[in-house]
Design a protein around this ligand. Structure first.
Ligand SMILES: Cc1cc2nc3c(=O)[nH]c(=O)nc-3n(C[C@H](O)[C@H](O)[C@H](O)COP(=O)(O)O)c2cc1C
Ligand SMILES: [Fe+2]
Ligand SMILES: [Fe+2]
Length: 408
């Protein structure tokens, strides 16, 4: 996808695919790229909804000109979210269309001026305010903290399109199609999970509030138009339900075993735990070496799985750094309703690995499953038996819980 596509009455997708950026937010790998979806309403007044990252401005303005030609101007730029992957081109847009009015709530306008200086013409909107473009009437709904304080969504009352910005978004560029009925949604599922759990997951309670608010608008949702990933017209409920499930911490009956081991001894314990999980009747068992699997993938799997087992060797007086990093990344995610087990190893300083893992697992968001196993250098037969016992216990807990929770 690189040319504008008409998606509804007077409504165009004018986004771009980014297949060059290595790390989104300089943190999260983009193996399949990402799209910055922007939309244009070519009504009596012309409005663009959300923008693109500044690097892509030349392509973006070309898309705009393709639709409105050189005789028309952009009257409004609606900024649902100020993060620069969407607002980066605001300055250049203001240069191209000096009479353009930037539309946002009070926080939007404040943040935009912090990044880009004075915004000459702005229109401040509040929750429920509307904007008439001619035959299209837009309504704004504020959904704070999904995932910045100023975030809002824009709804077109005429077409039923919801322009939801990061909400309902996904990693993964648009491979040849734009809509859910043109793409293999299954191939985006993992990337939607990874996007949600790493970018938005921490704010799950706010996502739930946002979902309730959108429902309260009483609108007929014909199309969900996020700012990243597929646009949903065949089945908008697919992505709304998917986000609701992730936000309310609905998990799969599955376990993730993440281990850190330099010379394979501690890894043996992880294998024993995995064997026990299977013996306990669990079919969905994921074992990952923390040195080989990138952290955002581990976070995604941890978000999906009802059980997590950390297995770490000691390293310089603490736990293996990759496990420490993973725990640190999960720390702020406000995960709930999951089971955890920990085991580790040491050669000379008993407790070096176990202590930080224990502190992590003792947080109220986890339900701890035993036994805890601490191995001296190389696991004995009895250690391995205990590892399998932990796996079986975890499988039992996972399978006897329905894994459905809502934080709100
Ligand atoms: C660089 C390095 C640092 C280590 N630091 C500790 C430590 O602080 N305390 C300890 O008991 N063992 C320490 N160990 C030993 C390991 O925790 C572990 O027992 C050993 O690597 C064998 O386990 P593995 O095969 O799973 O890597 C260290 C090992 C290495 C290579
Ligand atoms: Fe964002
Ligand atoms: Fe974004």
């Amino acid at each position: 996808m690189n040319r504008p596509a008409k998606i509804s009455d007077k409504t165009w997708w004018i986004g771009v695919n980014d297949r060059t950026t290595d790390l989104f937010e300089a943190l999260w790998p983009l193996p399949n790229g990402i799209s910055y979806n922007s939309y244009l309403l070519d009504d009596d007044k012309v409005a663009v909804i959300d923008g693109v990252k500044s690097d892509f401005y030349p392509h973006y303005i070309e898309n705009i000109k393709r639709i409105i030609g050189s005789g028309k101007t952009v009257d409004y730029m609606i900024v649902n979210h100020v993060e620069p992957d969407h607002s980066g081109a605001v300055e250049m847009m203001l240069q191209a269309f000096p009479d353009m009015t930037v539309v946002g709530n009070s926080k939007t306008i404040q943040y935009l001026s912090q990044f880009y200086g004075d915004i000459p013409k702005s229109l401040e909107v509040k929750d429920g305010d509307t904007l008439d473009l001619g035959s299209h009437k837009l309504t704004f709904a504020l959904i704070p903290m999904v995932h910045w304080p100023e975030t809002m969504v824009t709804y077109d009352n005429n077409t039923g399109c919801l322009f939801s910005c990061d909400a309902f978004g996904s990693f993964g560029a648009l491979d040849g199609g734009l809509f859910d009925d043109q793409l293999d949604l299954e191939s985006y599922r993992g990337e939607t999970y990874r996007y949600f759990s790493n970018i938005v997951g921490k704010y799950s309670t706010f996502v739930e509030k946002a979902l309730a608010k959108i429902q309260d608008l009483g609108i007929e949702l014909t199309m969900v138009c996020p700012s990243h990933g597929p646009v949903y017209r065949k089945n908008p409920a697919y992505i709304v339900d998917f986000y609701r499930d992730m936000a309310c911490q609905r998990t799969d009956p599955a376990a993730l075993v993440v281990y850190g081991s330099m010379y394979g001894n501690t890894a043996r314990l992880a294998e024993a735990v995995a064997k026990g999980l299977r013996e306990g009747g669990l079919l969905d068992v994921v074992v990952r070496n923390s040195s080989k699997t990138e952290t955002s993938e581990l976070v995604r799997d941890a978000w999906r799985c009802r059980g997590l087992i950390l297995v770490g060797c000691s390293y310089n007086g603490g736990v293996f750094p990759k496990i420490a990093h993973f725990m640190g990344t999960l720390e702020g995610k406000k995960m709930a309703n999951r089971f955890i087990g920990v085991c580790g190893s040491y050669t000379w300083s008993k407790g070096a690995a176990m202590k930080p893992m224990r502190v992590f697992a003792d947080q109220p968001c986890w339900t701890k499953v035993g036994p805890e196993i601490e191995v001296l250098s190389r696991p004995s037969e009895s250690d391995l038996d205990q590892g399998s016992e932990l796996g079986r216990n975890m499988a039992h807990m996972i399978l006897s819980s329905n894994g459905c929770s809502s934080q709100s």
